[in-house]
Design a binder for this molecule. Structure first.
Ligand code: PLP
Length: 373
């Protein structure tokens, strides 16, 4: 299906998104764990309509990084709990209450702010507490937890603790460190779900998929929901029935023949070794395709792989279509996605550019045209 409207566009497969959600929910059900969809960074580059679609599918737990992200979701009609995973500034406190976000607290100062406004507005007063068991980012240290909670209860009795969480730093690579973090966390909160309604959560996608015994009451799932593997190995997610939700497509803007020994692109990093047919695509690093993928990544065109040749520029890149007959202007090109028996995965691009799949997805937040299919 050629979409003639756009030079570059992202296709979001709604059925796959919903089927990934159902799949993750049924895996969670086996462990008594519910799913929080982590939708920060514009739903990992997929766009806010993706969150709306999850909300329409009945999901009621979302995780965002900032107050403004939470506000945006409420304005789009997203109901349920929206967890503010990344803390907040004091001048954002009022918005937290106005938009009924659930803050994840990392300090007494944040609680004091929350208390000030909640007594004023008589609004949502639930919070989750973040424990740092070995990430060194947000959260209070395990050793300080009991004292913190005792003080919080005494100073701010109207604020109610509704959950506790920790965050794994290496669930995809170091099981020992992950087990240590998990053990430190459950040692602090050995209770089960009915312990005064306080829920416990620690898993991201990697934790959820690799350590089912650690799922607890809720799991914060980001990348796996979009059908991409947290480890960089797609067999992990595919093996669980999770499929990529997004494809990235462009149209050939220009085709030309070049003689042998002709230099291509800025820095002349590629020189033709034979008479070549080159196609130009209207996409470059300003749309989130890393320049480090120059001369490395492939795209799919007419069901075949073509290599990107020369340096990727700001809004354009070249592919070598010498061996692919019939390529012409306006042909559809797949930068990510499946065609015939072949597929370019987010994981492949991550590996080629020396990063993690998360970064590839988030860089595509810059692709403006997002089409639901
Ligand atoms: C981003 C994030 C997640 C989700 O991580 P994935 O690897 O994408 O599943 C979970 N928890 C917290 C606190 C996060 O910031």
């Amino acid at each position: 299906m050629v979409n003639m409207r756009y030079p570059l566009w992202m296709e979001i497969n709604r059925d796959r998104l919903r089927s990934n959600l159902t799949q993750l929910q049924s895996m969670g059900d086996e462990s008594g764990s519910r799913i929080m969809a982590v939708v920060k960074a514009d739903a990992y580059g997929h766009g806010i309509d993706t969150v709306v679609s999850l909300s329409e599918a009945g999901l009621r737990n979302f995780g965002v990084a900032s107050v403004s992200e939470g506000e945006q979701l409420r304005k789009r009609g997203v109901k349920g709990d929206i967890y503010l995973l990344g803390g907040f500034f004091s001048d954002e406190t009022e918005s937290i209450l106005r938009y009924c976000l659930t803050p994840v607290i990392s300090s007494m100062e944040e609680l004091a702010q929350l208390n000030r406004y909640s007594t004023e507005l008589q609004n949502c007063t639930c919070f989750h507490l973040k424990i740092d068991t070995g990430m060194g980012r947000m959260g209070i240290l395990s050793n300080d937890t009991q004292e913190f909670l005792a003080r919080a209860k005494k100073l701010y009795p109207s604020l109610s603790l509704s959950g506790v969480m920790t965050h794994f730093s290496c669930a995809e690579c170091y099981p020992d460190h992950t087990k240590k973090q998990y053990n430190a966390f459950v040692r602090l909160f050995p209770g089960t779900t009915d312990k005064g309604g306080i829920i416990r959560h620690c898993c991201n996608s990697a934790g959820f998929l690799l350590f089912p015994e650690m799922r607890l009451d809720m799991a914060r799932i980001g990348i796996a929901l979009y059908g991409v593997s947290p480890t960089g190995d797609p067999t992990l997610t595919r093996g669980c029935g999770l499929r990529p939700v997004m494809s990235l497509k462009a149209r050939v803007k220009f085709v030309k023949n070049l003689p042998e020994c002709f230099p291509l692109g800025y820095g002349a990093t590629y020189v033709t070794s034979c008479p070549s047919r080159i196609a130009v695509l209207p996409v470059g690093y300003s749309q989130g395709i890393f320049r480090s993928l120059s001369n490395r990544m492939d795209v799919l065109i007419r069901g075949r792989r073509a290599r990107v040749v020369g340096a990727i520029s700001m809004d354009q890149m070249m592919i070598d279509v010498t061996g692919i007959p019939g390529v012409e202007k306006s042909d559809e090109v797949l930068l990510i996605g499946e065609s015939g028996n072949d597929e370019i995965t987010v994981e492949e691009l991550a590996s080629l550019s020396g990063t993690i799949p998360h970064e590839i997805l988030c860089s595509l937040v810059r692709v403006k045209n997002k089409v639901f299919i």
